[in-house]
Design a protein around this ligand. Structure first.
Ligand SMILES: NC(=O)c1ccc[n+]([C@@H]2O[C@H](COP(=O)([O-])OP(=O)(O)OC[C@H]3O[C@@H](n4cnc5c(N)ncnc54)[C@H](OP(=O)(O)O)[C@@H]3O)[C@@H](O)[C@H]2O)c1
Length: 280
């Protein structure tokens, strides 16, 4: 039996943070969720919503008062630039009595993650998820409108992870002993190609979906038209064209840490089927 603990979740309105909140609640813990704009956020009533900005750490003291654990993101602000405020956030957290910190790795070294790793007196855990299953939501418009997915590198392999499993690993690391000083590569239970994923969504929605393979140049043009910044386009070309080994290897972390098998993409597709059917 784990004692009830109170955890501050930053990035709580985001893809991963929302799942960290849900998994903590599922385990009976109390959650304080940070957002820059409470009017736009919606959470279950038992979540305590607090306003704060990670670029202004001195304003975070009330949000950190009385919590034992802190989940952090590494980026912030309009341009999603790397947060430089880690040392001050950790200092305030430590004096507030925070004992455990998780940080969502941002795909490379960041000043905030460095500050977490350097923090004395807290048990920190770096969460290193591979590709999120939620990235497939980018295909929803094309599937609803034309019944097609347009992607480059269709044979690339990915051990994509369900966002709920990232949340589950975070929830355990934030509330139980034994995860301090660890980096966890978090993956799903299987390695899939883009074609496998498209077939899985087609089965979930019960309709045919055509996979149109784009050349690299066509993909770049599509991403530019969608407004992606050049550095993100460069990153996508790098990871899609040459996925690192950990991105295409099942790690087993989810089962090891949470005691439950990692969730499948078929399950994820069934949960989100209505978005691919245009019903929501
Ligand atoms: N997509 C992938 O496949 C993948 C794989 C591995 C790792 N990652 C990493 O995952 C991260 C993205 O996570 P996500 O998708 O969960 O994020 P997201 O859905 O884009 O959400 C962003 C969150 O950041 C919060 N935020 C932004 N600036 C803030 C600030 N100045 N102060 C406080 N909160 C702030 C937002 O809160 P409010 O707007 O409510 O304030 C929101 O909750 C990136 O670091 C990325 O590198 C992504």
């Amino acid at each position: 039996m784990t004692q009830t603990q109170k955890i501050l979740v930053t990035g709580a309105t985001g893809t991963v943070g929302r799942q960290v909140v849900a998994e903590l609640l599922d385990r009976g813990h109390e959650v304080r969720a940070l957002t820059r704009d409470a009017a736009k956020a919606s959470f279950p009533a038992r979540v305590e919503l607090v306003e704060g900005d990670l670029t202004e750490p001195d304003g975070l003291a009330p949000a950190l008062a009385g919590v034992t654990g802190l989940h952090l993101i590494t980026f912030g602000g309009a341009a999603s630039s790397p947060l430089e405020t880690g040392p001050r956030i950790l200092e305030i957290a430590r004096s507030a009595g925070v004992r455990r910190v998780t940080v969502l790795h941002g795909g490379g070294p960041t000043p905030l993650e460095d500050a977490v790793r350097a923090a004395d007196g807290v048990d920190w855990t770096v969460l290193m998820p591979v590709e999120f299953m939620a990235n497939a939501l980018e295909w929803a418009d094309g599937i609803v409108t034309n019944g097609e997915v347009r992607e480059p590198f269709v044979e690339r392999l990915s051990a994509m992870v369900h966002e709920g499993d990232i949340g589950a690993v975070a929830a355990v690391a934030l509330t139980r002993e034994g995860h301090g000083g660890q980096e966890y590569v978090i993956t799903g239970p299987e390695v899939l190609t883009v074609a496998d994923k498209v077939r899985t969504i087609a089965a979930a929605v019960g309709r045919e979906i055509t996979l149109v393979e784009l050349t690299e140049a066509e993909a770049v043009a599509q991403w530019r038209a969608a407004g992606l910044p050049e550095d993100v386009i460069g990153f996508l070309l790098m990871v899609y064209g040459n996925t690192p080994e950990e991105g295409r290897t099942v790690s087993g972390t989810v089962e090891k840490i949470t005691g439950r098998p990692a969730r499948t993409f078929a399950g994820w597709a069934a949960e989100h089927a209505e978005l691919f059917e245009g019903r929501s």
